[in-house]
Design a protein around this ligand. Structure first.
Ligand SMILES: Nc1nc2c(ncn2[C@@H]2O[C@@H]3COP(=O)(O)O[C@H]4[C@@H](O)[C@H](n5cnc6c(=O)[nH]c(N)nc65)O[C@@H]4COP(=O)(O)O[C@H]3[C@H]2O)c(=O)[nH]1
Length: 503
């Protein structure tokens, strides 16, 4: 806005200067008309060859003055003195003084011409040969001005010839008004004269307003673009914590659902809710990046709350109509430490008409750092009816002791073990052992990351109960999960194929 205001002022001054230059040019033209008229008159009289102050000569001079719009008096010189003139033989006290400058056509310009007939300072004189022509000073700057401005005419050497309006007293001083910071001036020249125009800076107010009105929308638009750019840049430069906070505040986190399949029947028994971050601009960030970030910045509990609320909102009707269906919610160590998610579930589930048994809680081994605290929270959860699963089993430490120490219902085998089936003999054996051990402990088993029929057959043979993976479906929106369930209800487990368009 400031730049536009400065630009508007600079432009207004430039416009005013152009305006003054036009007037100065007209002033030059106006002065030149008098010089041309004088030239014509000198030439005319030279051809007529008068040589005395006869009545006919005086009449002729008077006739020439009367017929010219540009000259005011004409005198006949004998020995440098005016012997007679267009107004008669009585010349009174008329003097033309010494020539101030010589014009390009050979005419002498006298700025000190004085005549009692017209006034002491009103005349300038032009002389050539035996004649002198008087011109009223005002006539030389007789340009119709439309605004308050000062117009002036000087010789090429800078001696003031005439000035009009604007600066009273300048004529008495007999010099060009000195420049001041408050005025704008323009000067033009031709072979004989220099003309100038001066305006006060106050004169440009109107122009300034005009420019400002024209430029204001541009300034507003530019400012808006700049502000948007600044917001965009600062967003780019935000700390990860601020970005996550903003993302949570703006509900940029959504949930997608990956179906969990009962291996024996092919029936979909539920889905795991997985967080996705839909950032403005479409940049995708993997949960493997933002989940640890949220955990490190104490924002994971807010994210868990958001996923619970979104899942209950989106899948509430589906869960109300199908009491065998469940949704698994992922928990982190901070959730396990505070138990805040239990309060959220207690508030949300009754409102949505969802039974606690329909919300499974998945906690990774990492979240059981404080085993005693974890046990307390999980006991509370189970007491309310939530089944509890240990997630990514096999990727952490002290697995077996955890299985015994914690109140668990389900064990989820990490996808890295499932991926090794048929590839790495030793790991495949571990999978079989985990499944058998879990069965012995009375835990239900969900194998994660099942991608091939070969893995599926192995898991069926090893007596895993449930499976989750791209073989059945990728994580999908609530809407697509609803259609998936309808299809699943109609289709035999063996013929299930990945749902199209899943995310
Ligand atoms: N290669 C392969 N991958 C498969 C297959 N089937 C499923 N997956 C991926 O395996 C991950 C399963 O979730 P997870 O083990 O709980 O692992 C999750 C979970 O630990 C965490 N996470 C996701 N959402 C949440 C959340 O809301 N809260 C918490 N605390 N953690 C979350 O981020 C992890 C990664 O999530 P995703 O990227 O969604 O990755 C998901 C899923 O997209 C398959 O057949 N092949």
């Amino acid at each position: 806005m400031v730049a536009i205001a400065i630009y508007a002022r600079v432009q207004s001054v430039a416009d005013e200067r152009d305006h003054l230059r036009d007037y100065a040019n007209w002033t030059l033209e106006r002065a030149q008309l008098s010089v041309d008229a004088a030239d014509e008159t000198f030439k005319q009289l030279a051809t007529e060859q008068w040589n005395s102050c006869s009545d006919a000569h005086i009449d002729r001079m008077r006739e020439l003055v009367v017929n010219s719009r540009f000259i005011d008096g004409l005198g006949y010189l004998v020995d440098g003195r005016i012997a007679c003139a267009s107004w008669g033989r009585s010349t009174g006290t008329v003097s033309i003084g010494a020539a101030s400058s010589l014009l390009s056509d050979g005419t002498s310009l006298h700025l000190d011409a004085r005549s009692q007939m017209i006034g002491p300072t009103a005349m300038v004189a032009l002389s050539r040969g035996s004649y002198v022509i008087f011109v009223h000073r005002d006539r030389l700057v007789d340009v119709l001005t439309e605004d308050a401005m000062t117009l002036g005419l000087t010789t090429r050497e800078g001696a003031l010839i005439a000035i009009k309006s604007g600066l009273p007293g300048s004529m008495q001083e007999g010099r060009v008004p000195p420049s001041s910071p408050n005025d704008i001036r323009a000067t033009v020249q031709d072979a004989d004269f220099e003309a100038f125009g001066i305006a006060d800076t106050a004169q440009i107010q109107q122009r300034l307003m005009k420019h400002l009105w024209l430029l204001a929308p541009l300034a507003a638009l530019t400012s808006a673009i700049l502000i948007a750019l600044i917001i965009w840049v600062s967003r780019q430069r935000m700390s990860p914590r601020s970005e996550l906070q903003l993302g949570l505040k703006r509900n940029e986190f959504i949930a997608v659902y990956q179906p969990i399949i009962e291996l024996a029947s092919g029936r979909c028994i539920g889905a795991e809710a997985l967080a996705r971050w839909h950032r403005p601009g479409g940049a995708a960030i993997s949960p493997d990046v933002f989940i640890p970030l949220a955990e490190d910045n104490n924002l994971i509990e807010q994210l868990t709350e958001r996923i619970i609320r979104v899942s209950a909102g989106e899948l509430g009707p589906l869960l109300r109509g199908n009491k065998d269906l469940h949704i698994s919610i992922n928990l982190s160590s901070a959730d396990m430490a505070s138990g805040h998610f239990l309060r959220v579930l207690q508030e949300v589930l009754p409102q949505a008409g969802i039974a606690p048994a329909q919300i499974w809680l998945e906690a990774t081994e990492r979240s059981f750092i404080d085993v005693e605290r974890a046990r307390t929270i999980l006991d509370q959860a189970r007491a309310r009816g939530h089944p509890v699963a240990i997630d990514d089993f096999g990727t952490g430490y002290s697995n077996l002791s955890l299985l015994e120490a914690l109140p668990l219902d389900t064990l989820k085998i990490d996808k890295s073990f499932v991926a090794a089936i048929g590839q790495d003999a030793s790991t495949s054996v571990v999978v079989a052992h985990i499944i058998s051990m879990a069965n012995n402990l009375g835990l239900a088993i969900v194998a994660e990351g099942v991608e091939t029929r070969e893995q599926e057959s192995y898991l069926v043979h090893a007596q895993a109960r449930y499976a989750q993976g791209w073989l059945y479906a990728r994580p999908m929106s609530a809407e697509k999960f609803t259609s998936f369930l309808q299809d699943n209800a109609r289709t035999d487990a063996q013929t299930l194929t990945p749902a199209p368009g899943t995310v």
